[in-house]
Structures are given as C-alpha cells and as structure tokens.
Design a protein around this ligand. Structure first.
Ligand SMILES: [Zn+2]
Length: 313
C-alpha cells in the first residue's frame, strides 16, 4: 500500500517536473544569457561588505514582528494596482535537498538540490546580506507598504520531504534564517517525509507552516467535496499540529484558476503562492510568484535569477 502510494507520488512529482520544466528552463536560459560575472561578483562583494553592519542593525527576531493579517483594517489594504506596483520580494521554492542519484531524470534535477549546492546557495544569500522574511511580513508590505528588512528574500519548501528538516533546516539555522514549509498532509509520517512532530518543531521554532493540499491534486480540477478534502481538512490538521492559524497556501504545480480564489478565502487563506508565471491583475495576493531554485544553479546563477525574475514584473 505504502509502496504503491510512493510510486503514485513519484509519478505525480515527475509529472510536476515535466509540466514546469519548460518555464524553469526559460528562467534558466534567460538568467545565463545576461549573466555578467564581473557585475554579479561586484554586487555580491559589495553586499557582503555591508552585511555585518546590517546584521547588527537588524534584530534577530525581526521576522516575528509583523502584524497578523486579520489585524490590518480593510481600509488600510491597498487595491490590486497598489499591490502590483510595489517591488516584488524574491521568493525561492525548494523541494528535495539531497545528492543526485543515477536514476534522477534531467528534469527532476531542477527539483533536487544536492546538499553542497544547497549550502552554497544559502551561504551566498547570507554573505550577500539577504534577510529571510515570512508571509505575515510580506502581506503587511504588499497591502500597506510596511517596511521590510534590507535585501529581503523568502525561502519556501514544498511537499513535506524529510530532508527539508534533516538537511535544509540545520543550514538555515546556522544563519538565523527562517522559512515557509508548505505541507501535503497525506505524506505526514510516511517514510522519507516529515512527521507531525517535526512540523510542529518547525512551527515552534518560528518558521511558518502553510498548506499544500491533502495529496497534491491539481486545484483547477476541484469540484464540490474536493474543497473539503484538499483544503478544509488539511488546514484543520495543520492547525491542530501547530496550534496556529494556517493562512497561506501554495498551489500544487503552481496551477490555479480564478474559481479557486474565493474557495481559498472562505477557508481562511489570506494569500497563495504560484510559480514563475505572471501575477493575476485582479488578485495579486493569491498569485504571489516564486521561482524554483534549481539543483543546477551555482550561487551566482541563483542570484542572477532572483534579480532578473523579480525585477519589474
Ligand atoms: Zn508540490
């Protein structure tokens, strides 16, 4: 049963990889086309030089100080045009953090970041003076223009993979970085996935837990009871585990449609995350962009991709 499930899930992940490869490749191609190693190196060393001062000026717990979205009066929330006009914060999406295996396909390697490569990517962010922010801070910034720390970045992890806890978390801890974990609840406690206790620990330590459905079905195909199975019940499960409200959602495969947005709002979500495509002009808070930090990317390519993908769209 569990073997069959893993096979099914691998199929789903492979499908996701296949679907997203073209957009991912576009990102990658455009990043390397304009790659200018000298400029990138200069930008990064300049940032590194000021990183120490910034660290001193920024309280370690700055990520916990954002207001809850429910406490922000509707009258203070900007309209879609105002939200779209604010500079985007770079948001990275990770899946598996582990070394490549012989059977990993070319496409899957965008979704599997080898351990050393992951450490290099995160070190680059820290050395360049980036500060991780969490969704409440992003929400306050996008809706009211609330201030963010300098060089903000958001780190997100999808699909509940165990290595996010055993490999990624210790690396992030080293730099005082916090992240968002979008959990697919069907996987909790299964081999190679996180347990409920691990998810609770992430939450207790100041990371944010978000929903990534029950079993990763495409939101565009939901009807009737699917909203209960895929959104309502998993949200309740995650709220029981963490003791906190679950307010943020990541669409499986990054796929969404306009019908999904009111359904998500009804079930307590205040924002939702897609992948690299354009934001919706009517509902930018429910189509917040992320890029997949590829397993092929050097720290420099990651940096170029962040700058390019989130600049002026
Ligand atoms: Zn996913």
């Amino acid at each position: 049963m569990s073997q069959r499930f893993s096979t099914l899930l691998l199929g789903t992940v492979a499908l996701a990889a296949g679907l997203a490869v073209s957009s991912c490749n576009t990102e990658k191609a455009s990043a390397s086309e304009t790659e200018n190693p000298a400029a990138a190196a200069e930008a990064m060393s300049g940032a590194a030089a000021t990183a120490a001062e910034e660290k001193a000026a920024t309280p370690a717990d700055v990520t916990t100080t954002a207001p809850d979205p429910s406490s922000i009066p509707a009258s203070a929330v900007g309209n879609a045009a105002a939200i779209l006009a604010r500079p985007q914060v770079p948001i990275l999406c990770y899946h598996q953090i582990r070394d490549w295996r012989a059977k990993d396909s070319k496409g899957a390697k965008d979704y599997i970041v080898p351990v050393e490569k992951f450490k290099e990517q995160i070190k680059m962010l820290a050395d360049s003076g980036y500060h991780t922010i969490l969704p409440d801070q992003l929400y306050a910034y996008l809706t009211t223009g609330a201030k963010l720390p300098s060089k903000p970045v958001m780190l997100t992890f999808d699909d509940t993979d165990l290595d996010q806890f055993t490999v990624a978390k210790p690396t992030l801890d080293k730099y005082g970085f916090k992240a968002v974990y979008f959990i697919m609840t069907v996987s909790l406690g299964r081999p190679n996935y996180m347990s409920k206790a691990q998810v609770k620990q992430l939450s207790d330590e100041g990371n944010v837990i978000g929903s990534h459905t029950w079993d990763h079905h495409n939101v565009k195909k939901y009807q009737g009871q699917d909203w209960v199975t895929q959104i309502e019940k998993p949200t309740k499960t995650l709220e029981e585990i963490t003791g906190k409200d679950i307010k943020y959602f990541a669409y499986p495969f990054g796929l969404w449609n306009p019908e999904a947005i009111p359904q998500l709002k009804q079930r307590g979500m205040v924002a939702a995350f897609v992948l690299a495509e354009k934001r919706d002009q009517q509902d930018p808070l429910f189509t917040i962009r992320r890029i997949i930090a590829s397993g092929y990317w050097s720290p420099k390519t990651l940096h170029n991709s962040m700058v390019q993908s989130f600049d002026g769209k």
